[in-house]
Design a protein around this ligand. Structure first.
Ligand code: IMP
Ligand code: MG
Length: 183
């Protein structure tokens, strides 16, 4: 697995940044109860580490969305596969994403959740690819801005592989271009 990739951020660098983000969120929501809403599946590892770095009253929930279209591109048409379990009305909500690429997925999620009248609604993303943005969405908390490269690890996949890698990596071109077997 590690032969297929090149390190972009080591596990140690990621942990250090996640800790800083957790501290900032702790300060910003002092004395408030916070609902942390993770977008499956990519955010699962980031969210698990992030909430352990938030010192405050935290609830968690998950949402699964899928976009129509090719596997490495978003079409902008998004469908909710699994909705949040609880109501968000009057609550402080923090959406946790693995990566904001075109921004179309997040734009859709934000427009849906805003209609449910949360007390506040912010976004925390581990990675941001600003050069690819098609929809102006603002993430208040951003781990790292990255160039336009396809990355995997720490929850992010290529064809459902590599989510378990401990850091963030760029997939080598020969792997990226070769068609993977099912799996
Ligand atoms: P967006 O709607 O284009 O912003 O797409 C966001 C989603 O696309 C993310 O939640 C990821 O699932 C996926 N994605 C975008 N870029 C990458 C990448 O470099 N590696 C893995 N997944 C990615
Ligand atoms: Mg995703």
């Amino acid at each position: 697995m590690l032969n297929d990739v090149e390190v972009l951020f080591s596990a140690q660098e990621v942990q250090k940044r996640v800790k800083e983000m957790g501290n900032q969120i702790t300060r910003d929501y002092q004395g408030e109860e916070l609902l942390v809403a993770g977008i499956l599946k990519g955010a699962f590892i980031f969210m698990a580490d992030l909430v352990r770095n938030i010192d405050g009253m935290v609830n968690i929930d998950f949402m699964d969305v899928s976009s129509y279209g090719a596997s490495t591109e978003t079409s902008g048409e998004v469908r909710i596969m699994k909705d949040l379990e609880g109501s968000i009305e009057g609550r402080h909500v923090l959406i946790v994403e693995d990566i904001v690429d075109t921004g179309l997925t997040l734009h859709y999620i934000l427009s849906v959740l805003r209609q449910r009248n949360p007390k506040s609604l912010e976004v925390c993303t581990l990675l941001d690819k600003p050069s690819r943005r098609q929809s102006e969405v603002v993430a208040k908390y951003k781990g790292f801005a990255i160039p336009d490269k396809f990355v995997v690890g720490y929850g992010l996949d290529y064809a459902e592989r590599y989510r378990n890698l401990p850091g963030v990596y760029v997939l080598k071109p020969e792997i990226y271009s070769k068609r993977l077997n099912n799996g």
